[in-house]
Design a protein around this ligand. Structure first.
Ligand SMILES: [Zn+2]
Length: 461
């Protein structure tokens, strides 16, 4: 039996009191993490020096082992677990405030810190360099205090979810609404009920602007997945997808899918609000003692509210489009998202972040897995745009501004993105075009989800 992990993020109906609790828990989790970073920075420097000494001694030892009473001892870098032990030994005496919230607020920080250290060493090993010059190659950083965000984790053993009916008298025990127990606090109502039945692995409480959310990670069976994701699944159909500038996605069946409309205006407004935020009084550099003004906090709340609404639009679009594509097509072929190449082109980079291609792709990936679909990725150097989709001629000098592909060999005249999409389809399984019935089903599904499309056709000169 396959087990799947699904997530659901639900807004919480929190009181001011709960908000205060959360701010405290965010603080504890940030404090613990930063405690690790401070220790690690010192320990790592000491470790590097000790390693140098060790290597020199080892060389001497190899030459003349008789001069030593014992072989040199290799220094050891403390792990996150060591820090956890040390922290917990001091906790009662020095950090009693960490007991006011769930134990996970402080304890999960060590796990997160361990991951950050591992990622750092992995990056060093792979020679990966950070783009940001101030980011010393992914060395763990201090977490900053933020008025508009934060998160803490609650492990599965402390998660208790009750419906009003079975709750204590204090709550409205006739309601079917669900309540989440927050350790050391009490019950908080969820704004919608959990959709899945299964074991809850964990819950992460997070703040975004003036709202609080609970993100559940739930283990469900395949049957439960199929019960909760009722979609007709087509077989033996294939599609090539080109991610483009003009339309967000171009399907090899000639359907151009537009990105969500409100996104553009909202993104422009976001830029404006962020400019205004920069003018409000706040510390600008490290060590600047300027106080954060009321207006700064107010403005940053506005920014994060708009930011959230943009994220919601993107997420909604990504969910819808990935669901539709994975239910209508068995084989999905797309290009490898090449960060460097895309970011080098300014216009393209804006489009990439506009619609959130990474988001769409990651959702396509996991939904394909759940629905037993096959996702193909084209080789990074596969010339999907430059190749003629009819005769295979490669047009080496194709410019980005040429929106129509005119083949000098066979006379095909076709929309550039459609040509690329058809080429991408070829890397997957050989399958026929969609039948008119299948095509109608796909279009009506897109329309039902309020996704704007237009159709693009190829012509021959
Ligand atoms: Zn051709």
């Amino acid at each position: 039996m396959t087990v799947m992990i699904v997530g659901q993020k639900i807004e919480l109906k929190g009181s001011n009191k709960f908000f205060t609790y959360c701010r405290k828990a965010f603080g504890v989790s940030r404090f613990t993490y930063n405690w690790c970073v401070a220790k690690f920075t010192l320990d790592y420097a000491a470790y590097c020096a000790a390693m140098d000494r060790y290597r020199k001694e080892l060389e001497k030892y190899k030459k003349s082992p008789l001069c030593f009473t014992q072989s040199p001892v290799k220094p050891r870098l403390p792990t996150a677990l060591d820090y956890k032990k040390e922290f917990n030994a001091l906790r009662k005496e020095q950090y009693p405030f960490t007991y006011e919230v769930t134990k996970y607020a402080s304890q999960q920080a060590f796990i997160n810190f361990g991951k950050a250290v591992k990622a750092y060493f992995d990056n060093v090993k792979n020679g990966k360099k950070a783009k940001d010059k101030n980011r010393k190659n992914f060395f763990p950083r201090f977490k900053k205090k933020s008025y508009t965000s934060g998160s803490f984790y609650i492990g599965g053993d402390q998660v208790k979810l009750l419906t009003g009916k079975s709750c204590s008298e204090k709550l409205n025990n006739h309601s079917k609404k669900q309540y989440l127990n927050i350790p050391n606090f009490g019950y908080v109502q969820l704004k919608e009920n959990l959709r899945f039945t299964g074991h809850i692995n964990s819950v992460t409480i997070s703040q975004s602007g003036d709202r609080l959310y609970a993100s559940f990670s739930i283990e469900i069976t395949e049957e439960e997945y199929l019960r909760t994701h009722k979609t007709a699944v087509q077989h033996n159909t294939a599609v090539g997808i080109d991610l483009g500038l003009k339309a967000a996605l171009m399907l090899s069946d000639g359907i151009a899918i537009e990105g969500p409309k409100p996104l553009k205006t909202k993104l422009r407004k976001l830029a404006k609000l962020q400019r205004q935020l920069a003018c409000k009084q706040h510390p600008r550099t490290k060590g600047d003692t300027t106080r954060v003004s009321r207006n700064y906090i107010k403005q940053s709340a506005k920014v994060s509210r708009l930011y959230r609404s943009i994220a919601d639009i993107r997420n909604d679009f990504a969910h819808k489009i990935s669901s539709i594509l994975t239910s209508h097509y068995e084989y999905i072929c797309m290009e490898t998202l090449n960060v460097k190449g895309m970011m080098a082109n300014h216009k393209l980079s804006a489009a990439v972040s506009d619609v959130g291609f990474y988001n769409i792709k990651s959702k396509l990936m996991y939904k394909s897995e759940y629905k037993h679909r096959v996702l193909y990725e084209a080789d990074m150097f596969y010339p999907s745009s430059k190749t003629c989709s009819r005769c295979g001629h490669i047009k080496k000098d194709l410019q980005l501004k040429e929106r129509v592909y005119d083949c000098p060999e066979c006379g095909l005249s076709i929309d550039r993105d459609l040509n690329a999409a058809i080429n991408l389809k070829k890397i997957g399984a050989v399958s026929p075009e969609l039948t008119p019935v299948e095509l109608t089903a796909l279009l009506s599904d897109l329309k039902r989800n309020q996704i704007t499309t237009s159709s693009v056709k190829a012509g021959i000169r």
